[in-house]
Design a binder for this molecule. Sequence first.
Ligand SMILES: Cc1cc2nc3c(=O)[nH]c(=O)nc-3n(C[C@H](O)[C@H](O)[C@H](O)COP(=O)(O)OP(=O)(O)OC[C@H]3O[C@@H](n4cnc5c(N)ncnc54)[C@H](O)[C@@H]3O)c2cc1C
Length: 437
Amino acid sequence: MIHVVGGGVAGLAAAYRLQQRGHEVQVLEAGGDLGGLAASYETAGDPLEKYYHHLSKSEETIVELAEELGVAERLQWRIGKNAYYVDGVVHPLDTLPQIAAYPHMSLYDKFRLGMLTKGVDFRGGVPKFDSYESLEDYEQVPIKQFLLEHTTRGVYENFFEPLLDAKFGSRKDDVSAAWLLGRVKFRGERHPLKGEYLGYFDGGFAPFVDALVSAVGRENVTTGARVVGVDTDDGAVSSVTVDTDSETETHDTEAVVVAAMPNVLEALVGYECDIDFQGAVCAVATMDRQLTDTYWLNVAHDAPFGALIEHTNFVPPERYGGQHLLYVASYVQSEEEWLWQADDAEVEEAWLDHVAEMFPRFDRSWVSAFRVARNPRAAPVYERGYLDMVVPYDLGDEVGEGVYYAGMASRAQYPERSLNGAVVAGYEVADRIDATR
Ligand SMILES: Cc1cc2nc3c(=O)[nH]c(=O)nc-3n(C[C@H](O)[C@H](O)[C@H](O)COP(=O)(O)OP(=O)(O)OC[C@H]3O[C@@H](n4cnc5c(N)ncnc54)[C@H](O)[C@@H]3O)c2cc1C
Protein backbone atom coordinates (compact mmCIF):
# COMPACT_ATOMS: atom_id res chain seq x y z
CA MET A 1 0.00 0.00 0.00
CA ILE A 2 1.19 3.51 -0.86
CA HIS A 3 0.03 6.29 1.48
CA VAL A 4 -0.57 9.85 0.32
CA VAL A 5 -0.50 12.59 2.96
CA GLY A 6 -2.97 15.31 1.92
CA GLY A 7 -6.23 15.28 -0.02
CA GLY A 8 -5.58 18.47 -1.98
CA VAL A 9 -5.30 18.37 -5.75
CA ALA A 10 -1.64 17.24 -5.67
CA GLY A 11 -2.35 14.29 -3.39
CA LEU A 12 -5.46 13.25 -5.30
CA ALA A 13 -3.65 13.53 -8.65
CA ALA A 14 -0.77 11.40 -7.33
CA ALA A 15 -3.24 8.78 -6.10
CA TYR A 16 -5.13 8.79 -9.40
CA ARG A 17 -1.99 8.29 -11.49
CA LEU A 18 -0.63 5.59 -9.14
CA GLN A 19 -3.89 3.66 -9.38
CA GLN A 20 -3.82 3.94 -13.15
CA ARG A 21 -0.43 2.24 -12.98
CA GLY A 22 -1.86 -0.56 -10.86
CA HIS A 23 -0.80 0.49 -7.36
CA GLU A 24 -2.90 0.34 -4.22
CA VAL A 25 -3.21 3.77 -2.64
CA GLN A 26 -4.79 5.33 0.42
CA VAL A 27 -5.14 9.13 0.67
CA LEU A 28 -5.10 10.52 4.21
CA GLU A 29 -6.56 13.99 4.65
CA ALA A 30 -6.38 15.78 7.99
CA GLY A 31 -9.40 18.01 7.41
CA GLY A 32 -13.05 17.19 6.90
CA ASP A 33 -13.09 18.34 3.24
CA LEU A 34 -11.12 17.42 0.17
CA GLY A 35 -9.54 19.81 -2.34
CA GLY A 36 -7.21 21.68 0.07
CA LEU A 37 -6.77 25.28 -1.04
CA ALA A 38 -9.30 24.70 -3.84
CA ALA A 39 -12.13 23.88 -1.42
CA SER A 40 -15.44 25.75 -1.83
CA TYR A 41 -18.23 27.51 0.03
CA GLU A 42 -21.89 27.03 -0.67
CA THR A 43 -23.79 29.95 -2.22
CA ALA A 44 -27.37 30.47 -3.32
CA GLY A 45 -26.34 28.68 -6.54
CA ASP A 46 -23.07 27.01 -7.57
CA PRO A 47 -20.31 26.40 -5.04
CA LEU A 48 -17.61 29.08 -4.94
CA GLU A 49 -13.92 28.60 -4.09
CA LYS A 50 -12.88 30.04 -0.73
CA TYR A 51 -9.86 31.51 -2.54
CA TYR A 52 -10.38 32.94 -6.06
CA HIS A 53 -9.35 30.43 -8.75
CA HIS A 54 -9.11 30.29 -12.52
CA LEU A 55 -6.95 28.53 -15.09
CA SER A 56 -4.66 29.98 -17.71
CA LYS A 57 -4.62 28.73 -21.32
CA SER A 58 -0.96 27.79 -20.89
CA GLU A 59 -1.92 25.08 -18.38
CA GLU A 60 -2.46 21.81 -20.19
CA THR A 61 -2.05 18.94 -17.75
CA ILE A 62 -5.12 19.83 -15.69
CA VAL A 63 -7.18 20.13 -18.88
CA GLU A 64 -6.04 16.66 -19.97
CA LEU A 65 -6.97 15.35 -16.53
CA ALA A 66 -10.41 17.02 -16.80
CA GLU A 67 -10.86 15.22 -20.12
CA GLU A 68 -9.98 11.86 -18.56
CA LEU A 69 -12.37 12.54 -15.68
CA GLY A 70 -15.22 13.41 -18.07
CA VAL A 71 -15.59 17.02 -16.88
CA ALA A 72 -13.77 18.79 -19.73
CA GLU A 73 -17.04 19.87 -21.32
CA ARG A 74 -17.69 21.89 -18.17
CA LEU A 75 -14.53 23.92 -18.70
CA GLN A 76 -15.32 27.34 -20.13
CA TRP A 77 -12.85 29.93 -21.30
CA ARG A 78 -14.08 33.37 -20.40
CA ILE A 79 -12.55 36.81 -20.57
CA GLY A 80 -11.94 38.28 -17.14
CA LYS A 81 -11.47 42.04 -17.37
CA ASN A 82 -8.42 43.48 -15.57
CA ALA A 83 -8.05 47.04 -14.41
CA TYR A 84 -5.95 49.33 -12.22
CA TYR A 85 -7.49 51.59 -9.63
CA VAL A 86 -5.43 54.77 -9.40
CA ASP A 87 -6.51 58.00 -7.67
CA GLY A 88 -10.20 57.20 -7.69
CA VAL A 89 -10.34 56.01 -11.30
CA VAL A 90 -10.65 52.45 -12.63
CA HIS A 91 -8.42 52.10 -15.69
CA PRO A 92 -9.15 48.99 -17.81
CA LEU A 93 -5.88 47.47 -18.99
CA ASP A 94 -6.69 44.49 -21.21
CA THR A 95 -6.33 45.69 -24.77
CA LEU A 96 -3.85 47.79 -26.71
CA PRO A 97 -6.20 50.80 -26.97
CA GLN A 98 -6.85 50.64 -23.21
CA ILE A 99 -3.15 50.45 -22.46
CA ALA A 100 -2.53 53.33 -24.90
CA ALA A 101 -5.10 55.41 -23.01
CA TYR A 102 -3.64 54.65 -19.55
CA PRO A 103 -2.47 58.05 -18.30
CA HIS A 104 0.05 56.92 -15.69
CA MET A 105 2.76 55.75 -18.11
CA SER A 106 4.40 57.54 -21.02
CA LEU A 107 4.21 56.20 -24.55
CA TYR A 108 7.83 55.13 -24.27
CA ASP A 109 7.13 53.30 -20.99
CA LYS A 110 4.31 51.44 -22.71
CA PHE A 111 6.55 50.54 -25.62
CA ARG A 112 9.21 49.12 -23.29
CA LEU A 113 6.59 47.22 -21.29
CA GLY A 114 5.20 45.83 -24.55
CA MET A 115 8.68 44.70 -25.63
CA LEU A 116 9.24 42.91 -22.32
CA THR A 117 5.92 41.09 -22.50
CA LYS A 118 6.81 39.93 -26.02
CA GLY A 119 10.14 38.63 -24.70
CA VAL A 120 12.18 41.25 -26.58
CA ASP A 121 15.22 42.75 -24.85
CA PHE A 122 15.38 46.35 -26.11
CA ARG A 123 18.33 47.61 -24.09
CA GLY A 124 20.53 49.99 -26.06
CA GLY A 125 17.78 50.40 -28.66
CA VAL A 126 18.71 47.12 -30.38
CA PRO A 127 16.08 44.35 -30.19
CA LYS A 128 17.38 40.96 -29.00
CA PHE A 129 15.05 38.01 -29.09
CA ASP A 130 16.84 35.34 -27.07
CA SER A 131 17.85 37.19 -23.89
CA TYR A 132 15.04 35.82 -21.74
CA GLU A 133 15.06 32.20 -22.88
CA SER A 134 16.97 30.84 -19.91
CA LEU A 135 15.20 31.88 -16.71
CA GLU A 136 18.07 30.47 -14.64
CA ASP A 137 20.22 33.41 -15.85
CA TYR A 138 17.94 35.76 -13.87
CA GLU A 139 17.56 33.64 -10.75
CA GLN A 140 19.91 35.84 -8.69
CA VAL A 141 18.88 39.20 -10.19
CA PRO A 142 16.66 41.40 -7.98
CA ILE A 143 13.41 42.19 -9.71
CA LYS A 144 13.69 45.97 -9.28
CA GLN A 145 17.23 46.10 -10.67
CA PHE A 146 16.10 43.97 -13.63
CA LEU A 147 13.09 46.15 -14.42
CA LEU A 148 15.05 49.39 -14.15
CA GLU A 149 17.70 48.00 -16.51
CA HIS A 150 15.40 46.22 -18.94
CA THR A 151 12.46 48.65 -19.02
CA THR A 152 12.07 52.13 -17.50
CA ARG A 153 11.53 53.64 -14.06
CA GLY A 154 7.99 54.52 -15.18
CA VAL A 155 7.25 50.87 -15.99
CA TYR A 156 8.61 49.78 -12.64
CA GLU A 157 6.92 52.43 -10.50
CA ASN A 158 3.61 52.80 -12.28
CA PHE A 159 2.98 49.28 -13.48
CA PHE A 160 4.92 46.58 -11.67
CA GLU A 161 5.54 48.04 -8.23
CA PRO A 162 1.86 48.15 -7.19
CA LEU A 163 1.45 44.56 -8.40
CA LEU A 164 4.54 43.46 -6.47
CA ASP A 165 3.29 45.28 -3.37
CA ALA A 166 0.02 43.38 -3.63
CA LYS A 167 1.67 40.04 -4.29
CA PHE A 168 4.70 40.11 -1.98
CA GLY A 169 4.29 43.16 0.29
CA SER A 170 7.45 43.89 2.28
CA ARG A 171 9.19 40.91 0.61
CA LYS A 172 8.98 42.37 -2.90
CA ASP A 173 12.66 43.29 -3.08
CA ASP A 174 13.64 39.68 -2.37
CA VAL A 175 11.87 38.30 -5.44
CA SER A 176 13.95 37.26 -8.46
CA ALA A 177 13.66 38.55 -12.01
CA ALA A 178 13.39 34.89 -13.07
CA TRP A 179 10.03 34.74 -11.32
CA LEU A 180 8.81 37.81 -13.20
CA LEU A 181 9.98 36.47 -16.56
CA GLY A 182 8.41 33.12 -15.78
CA ARG A 183 5.12 34.84 -15.01
CA VAL A 184 5.27 36.83 -18.24
CA LYS A 185 5.78 33.57 -20.19
CA PHE A 186 3.09 31.80 -18.13
CA ARG A 187 0.39 34.20 -19.32
CA GLY A 188 -2.03 32.44 -21.60
CA GLU A 189 -3.73 33.19 -24.88
CA ARG A 190 -5.29 36.63 -25.26
CA HIS A 191 -8.08 37.97 -27.43
CA PRO A 192 -6.57 41.06 -29.13
CA LEU A 193 -9.63 43.21 -28.47
CA LYS A 194 -10.89 41.75 -25.21
CA GLY A 195 -8.12 40.38 -23.01
CA GLU A 196 -6.89 37.10 -21.55
CA TYR A 197 -8.94 33.90 -21.65
CA LEU A 198 -9.28 32.35 -18.22
CA GLY A 199 -10.63 28.88 -17.52
CA TYR A 200 -13.37 28.06 -15.05
CA PHE A 201 -15.55 24.99 -14.71
CA ASP A 202 -19.29 25.28 -15.02
CA GLY A 203 -20.20 24.87 -11.35
CA GLY A 204 -16.72 25.89 -10.14
CA PHE A 205 -13.74 23.73 -9.23
CA ALA A 206 -15.85 21.60 -6.87
CA PRO A 207 -17.13 19.32 -9.70
CA PHE A 208 -13.53 18.83 -10.84
CA VAL A 209 -12.39 17.89 -7.31
CA ASP A 210 -15.44 15.63 -6.89
CA ALA A 211 -14.70 13.88 -10.17
CA LEU A 212 -11.10 13.34 -9.10
CA VAL A 213 -12.20 11.92 -5.74
CA SER A 214 -14.68 9.59 -7.50
CA ALA A 215 -11.99 8.40 -9.88
CA VAL A 216 -9.66 7.63 -6.96
CA GLY A 217 -12.60 5.99 -5.13
CA ARG A 218 -14.03 7.47 -1.96
CA GLU A 219 -13.13 4.23 -0.17
CA ASN A 220 -9.47 4.98 -0.89
CA VAL A 221 -9.64 8.44 0.70
CA THR A 222 -9.97 9.01 4.45
CA THR A 223 -10.86 12.45 5.79
CA GLY A 224 -10.29 13.45 9.39
CA ALA A 225 -7.04 11.46 9.25
CA ARG A 226 -3.96 13.47 10.20
CA VAL A 227 -0.64 11.78 9.53
CA VAL A 228 1.51 12.39 12.59
CA GLY A 229 4.45 10.10 11.95
CA VAL A 230 6.41 8.46 9.13
CA ASP A 231 8.95 5.86 10.19
CA THR A 232 11.86 4.43 8.33
CA ASP A 233 13.62 1.17 8.94
CA ASP A 234 17.04 0.34 7.57
CA GLY A 235 17.01 3.37 5.21
CA ALA A 236 13.54 2.74 3.80
CA VAL A 237 10.09 3.95 4.80
CA SER A 238 8.22 1.36 6.81
CA SER A 239 5.05 2.83 8.38
CA VAL A 240 2.75 5.83 8.77
CA THR A 241 1.00 6.83 11.97
CA VAL A 242 -2.40 8.48 11.66
CA ASP A 243 -4.53 10.34 14.20
CA THR A 244 -8.28 10.18 13.74
CA ASP A 245 -11.01 11.45 16.06
CA SER A 246 -11.20 8.14 17.79
CA GLU A 247 -7.73 6.62 17.70
CA THR A 248 -4.10 6.60 16.61
CA GLU A 249 -3.21 3.87 14.14
CA THR A 250 0.05 2.76 12.55
CA HIS A 251 -0.01 1.20 9.08
CA ASP A 252 2.75 -0.60 7.22
CA THR A 253 3.58 1.18 3.99
CA GLU A 254 5.71 0.67 0.91
CA ALA A 255 5.92 4.38 -0.02
CA VAL A 256 4.69 7.72 1.32
CA VAL A 257 3.87 10.76 -0.77
CA VAL A 258 3.76 13.97 1.24
CA ALA A 259 1.42 16.26 -0.74
CA ALA A 260 1.21 19.06 1.81
CA MET A 261 3.20 22.13 2.80
CA PRO A 262 6.91 21.67 3.58
CA ASN A 263 6.38 22.30 7.30
CA VAL A 264 4.35 19.07 7.31
CA LEU A 265 7.20 17.29 5.53
CA GLU A 266 9.66 18.61 8.11
CA ALA A 267 7.45 17.55 11.02
CA LEU A 268 7.03 14.06 9.57
CA VAL A 269 10.50 13.21 8.29
CA GLY A 270 12.79 16.05 9.40
CA TYR A 271 13.52 17.40 5.90
CA GLU A 272 14.06 21.18 6.19
CA CYS A 273 13.00 23.40 3.32
CA ASP A 274 14.25 27.00 3.34
CA ILE A 275 11.44 28.44 1.20
CA ASP A 276 9.46 31.15 2.97
CA PHE A 277 5.71 31.15 2.59
CA GLN A 278 3.26 33.99 2.90
CA GLY A 279 -0.20 33.70 4.34
CA ALA A 280 -3.44 34.90 2.80
CA VAL A 281 -6.61 36.41 4.16
CA CYS A 282 -9.35 36.19 1.57
CA ALA A 283 -12.93 37.32 2.09
CA VAL A 284 -16.00 36.86 -0.06
CA ALA A 285 -18.58 39.63 0.19
CA THR A 286 -22.04 38.59 -0.98
CA MET A 287 -23.73 41.68 -2.43
CA ASP A 288 -27.11 42.47 -3.94
CA ARG A 289 -25.53 44.49 -6.78
CA GLN A 290 -22.40 44.98 -8.82
CA LEU A 291 -19.51 47.10 -7.51
CA THR A 292 -17.55 47.52 -10.79
CA ASP A 293 -17.56 45.86 -14.21
CA THR A 294 -14.03 44.51 -13.68
CA TYR A 295 -13.07 40.95 -12.71
CA TRP A 296 -9.60 41.66 -11.34
CA LEU A 297 -8.96 45.12 -9.95
CA ASN A 298 -5.42 45.89 -8.87
CA VAL A 299 -5.26 48.65 -6.32
CA ALA A 300 -2.32 51.00 -6.86
CA HIS A 301 -2.33 52.68 -3.49
CA ASP A 302 -1.75 51.82 0.10
CA ALA A 303 -4.98 49.89 0.63
CA PRO A 304 -5.46 47.38 3.46
CA PHE A 305 -6.01 44.71 0.76
CA GLY A 306 -4.15 43.84 -2.43
CA ALA A 307 -6.92 43.32 -4.94
CA LEU A 308 -10.67 43.30 -5.43
CA ILE A 309 -11.78 40.32 -7.51
CA GLU A 310 -15.40 40.55 -8.52
CA HIS A 311 -16.13 36.95 -9.39
CA THR A 312 -19.59 37.67 -10.79
CA ASN A 313 -18.02 39.85 -13.49
CA PHE A 314 -16.36 36.62 -14.67
CA VAL A 315 -19.14 34.08 -14.07
CA PRO A 316 -22.61 35.67 -14.22
CA PRO A 317 -24.51 36.27 -10.96
CA GLU A 318 -27.39 34.13 -12.27
CA ARG A 319 -25.19 31.12 -11.38
CA TYR A 320 -25.30 32.25 -7.76
CA GLY A 321 -29.00 32.91 -7.31
CA GLY A 322 -28.54 36.47 -8.57
CA GLN A 323 -26.04 37.39 -5.86
CA HIS A 324 -22.87 39.35 -6.65
CA LEU A 325 -19.68 37.90 -5.19
CA LEU A 326 -16.63 40.01 -4.48
CA TYR A 327 -13.34 38.65 -3.18
CA VAL A 328 -11.34 41.08 -1.07
CA ALA A 329 -7.90 39.64 -0.50
CA SER A 330 -4.48 40.28 0.90
CA TYR A 331 -1.30 38.33 1.43
CA VAL A 332 0.27 38.43 4.87
CA GLN A 333 4.02 38.37 5.39
CA SER A 334 4.09 37.82 9.13
CA GLU A 335 1.74 36.47 11.74
CA GLU A 336 2.45 39.64 13.72
CA GLU A 337 0.60 41.77 11.15
CA TRP A 338 -2.63 43.40 12.20
CA LEU A 339 -4.54 41.58 9.47
CA TRP A 340 -3.51 38.16 10.73
CA GLN A 341 -4.34 39.07 14.31
CA ALA A 342 -7.69 40.73 13.52
CA ASP A 343 -10.90 38.74 13.90
CA ASP A 344 -13.37 38.38 11.05
CA ALA A 345 -15.56 41.29 12.20
CA GLU A 346 -12.54 43.62 12.36
CA VAL A 347 -11.40 42.54 8.89
CA GLU A 348 -14.88 43.14 7.53
CA GLU A 349 -15.08 46.60 9.04
CA ALA A 350 -11.64 47.74 7.89
CA TRP A 351 -11.96 46.34 4.40
CA LEU A 352 -15.49 47.47 3.66
CA ASP A 353 -14.72 50.94 5.04
CA HIS A 354 -11.90 51.12 2.55
CA VAL A 355 -14.10 49.88 -0.31
CA ALA A 356 -16.50 52.70 0.61
CA GLU A 357 -13.63 55.22 0.47
CA MET A 358 -12.64 53.97 -2.97
CA PHE A 359 -16.20 53.85 -4.32
CA PRO A 360 -18.35 56.56 -2.70
CA ARG A 361 -21.56 55.08 -4.11
CA PHE A 362 -20.90 51.74 -2.33
CA ASP A 363 -23.08 51.15 0.69
CA ARG A 364 -22.55 48.57 3.41
CA SER A 365 -26.21 47.59 3.13
CA TRP A 366 -25.37 45.94 -0.21
CA VAL A 367 -23.46 43.24 1.67
CA SER A 368 -25.49 40.40 3.16
CA ALA A 369 -22.59 38.11 4.07
CA PHE A 370 -18.84 38.44 4.52
CA ARG A 371 -16.94 35.16 4.82
CA VAL A 372 -13.25 35.17 5.68
CA ALA A 373 -10.80 32.37 4.87
CA ARG A 374 -7.22 32.37 6.12
CA ASN A 375 -4.26 30.21 5.36
CA PRO A 376 -0.82 30.72 6.90
CA ARG A 377 0.96 29.19 3.88
CA ALA A 378 -0.92 30.31 0.81
CA ALA A 379 1.98 30.96 -1.57
CA PRO A 380 5.77 30.76 -1.63
CA VAL A 381 7.89 33.90 -1.71
CA TYR A 382 9.72 33.36 -5.00
CA GLU A 383 12.92 34.92 -3.75
CA ARG A 384 16.33 34.85 -5.38
CA GLY A 385 17.89 31.40 -5.42
CA TYR A 386 14.44 29.79 -5.18
CA LEU A 387 15.17 26.90 -7.51
CA ASP A 388 17.99 25.72 -5.24
CA MET A 389 15.48 25.42 -2.42
CA VAL A 390 12.72 23.40 -4.10
CA VAL A 391 12.08 20.03 -2.48
CA PRO A 392 13.00 17.05 -4.69
CA TYR A 393 10.16 14.75 -5.73
CA ASP A 394 12.11 11.69 -4.61
CA LEU A 395 13.59 12.05 -1.12
CA GLY A 396 15.25 8.63 -1.21
CA ASP A 397 18.75 10.07 -0.73
CA GLU A 398 17.79 12.78 1.74
CA VAL A 399 15.31 10.93 3.98
CA GLY A 400 14.85 7.30 3.09
CA GLU A 401 13.87 5.08 0.21
CA GLY A 402 10.13 5.35 -0.52
CA VAL A 403 9.62 8.95 0.71
CA TYR A 404 8.32 11.37 -1.94
CA TYR A 405 7.17 15.01 -2.02
CA ALA A 406 4.46 16.55 -4.23
CA GLY A 407 3.51 19.68 -2.27
CA MET A 408 3.71 23.37 -3.03
CA ALA A 409 7.49 23.57 -2.56
CA SER A 410 8.06 21.25 -5.53
CA ARG A 411 9.51 22.25 -8.91
CA ALA A 412 6.14 22.00 -10.69
CA GLN A 413 4.84 24.91 -8.60
CA TYR A 414 7.27 27.41 -10.13
CA PRO A 415 7.05 30.16 -11.36
CA GLU A 416 3.53 30.26 -9.94
CA ARG A 417 1.72 27.84 -7.71
CA SER A 418 -1.40 26.56 -9.36
CA LEU A 419 -3.81 23.65 -9.61
CA ASN A 420 -2.09 22.61 -12.81
CA GLY A 421 1.22 22.62 -10.92
CA ALA A 422 -0.36 20.47 -8.22
CA VAL A 423 -1.47 17.89 -10.84
CA VAL A 424 1.98 17.92 -12.45
CA ALA A 425 3.68 17.44 -9.05
CA GLY A 426 1.35 14.53 -8.26
CA TYR A 427 2.11 12.91 -11.62
CA GLU A 428 5.87 13.48 -11.33
CA VAL A 429 5.91 11.62 -8.04
CA ALA A 430 3.61 8.83 -9.24
CA ASP A 431 5.82 8.24 -12.29
CA ARG A 432 8.93 8.03 -10.10
CA ILE A 433 7.28 5.56 -7.74
CA ASP A 434 6.01 3.48 -10.64
CA ALA A 435 9.46 3.35 -12.20
CA THR A 436 10.87 1.67 -9.09
CA ARG A 437 8.00 -0.67 -8.14
C1 LIG B 1 -5.46 32.97 -2.55
C2 LIG B 1 -5.16 31.84 -3.51
C3 LIG B 1 -5.46 31.99 -4.85
C4 LIG B 1 -5.15 30.98 -5.76
N1 LIG B 1 -5.50 31.15 -7.07
C5 LIG B 1 -5.27 30.16 -7.94
C6 LIG B 1 -5.71 30.26 -9.29
O1 LIG B 1 -6.32 31.25 -9.68
N2 LIG B 1 -5.44 29.23 -10.14
C7 LIG B 1 -4.77 28.12 -9.72
O2 LIG B 1 -4.58 27.21 -10.54
N3 LIG B 1 -4.34 27.99 -8.45
C8 LIG B 1 -4.56 28.98 -7.56
N4 LIG B 1 -4.14 28.85 -6.28
C9 LIG B 1 -3.20 27.77 -5.93
C10 LIG B 1 -3.83 26.40 -5.75
O3 LIG B 1 -4.93 26.49 -4.88
C11 LIG B 1 -2.75 25.50 -5.14
O4 LIG B 1 -1.58 25.50 -5.93
C12 LIG B 1 -3.21 24.05 -5.03
O5 LIG B 1 -4.51 23.95 -4.51
C13 LIG B 1 -2.22 23.31 -4.15
O6 LIG B 1 -2.65 21.97 -3.98
P1 LIG B 1 -1.85 21.00 -3.02
O7 LIG B 1 -2.57 19.72 -3.08
O8 LIG B 1 -0.42 21.02 -3.35
O9 LIG B 1 -1.92 21.64 -1.57
P2 LIG B 1 -3.19 21.93 -0.60
O10 LIG B 1 -4.36 22.35 -1.40
O11 LIG B 1 -2.66 22.84 0.46
O12 LIG B 1 -3.50 20.52 0.02
C14 LIG B 1 -2.76 19.95 1.06
C15 LIG B 1 -3.69 19.11 1.92
O13 LIG B 1 -2.90 18.41 2.88
C16 LIG B 1 -3.66 18.35 4.07
N5 LIG B 1 -2.72 18.07 5.17
C17 LIG B 1 -1.82 18.90 5.73
N6 LIG B 1 -1.16 18.26 6.71
C18 LIG B 1 -1.64 16.99 6.76
C19 LIG B 1 -1.33 15.86 7.56
N7 LIG B 1 -0.39 15.87 8.51
N8 LIG B 1 -2.04 14.72 7.34
C20 LIG B 1 -3.01 14.66 6.40
N9 LIG B 1 -3.33 15.73 5.61
C21 LIG B 1 -2.64 16.86 5.79
C22 LIG B 1 -4.31 19.71 4.15
O14 LIG B 1 -5.43 19.69 5.02
C23 LIG B 1 -4.70 19.94 2.69
O15 LIG B 1 -6.00 19.50 2.40
C24 LIG B 1 -4.49 29.82 -5.33
C25 LIG B 1 -4.21 29.65 -3.96
C26 LIG B 1 -4.54 30.65 -3.06
C27 LIG B 1 -4.25 30.45 -1.60
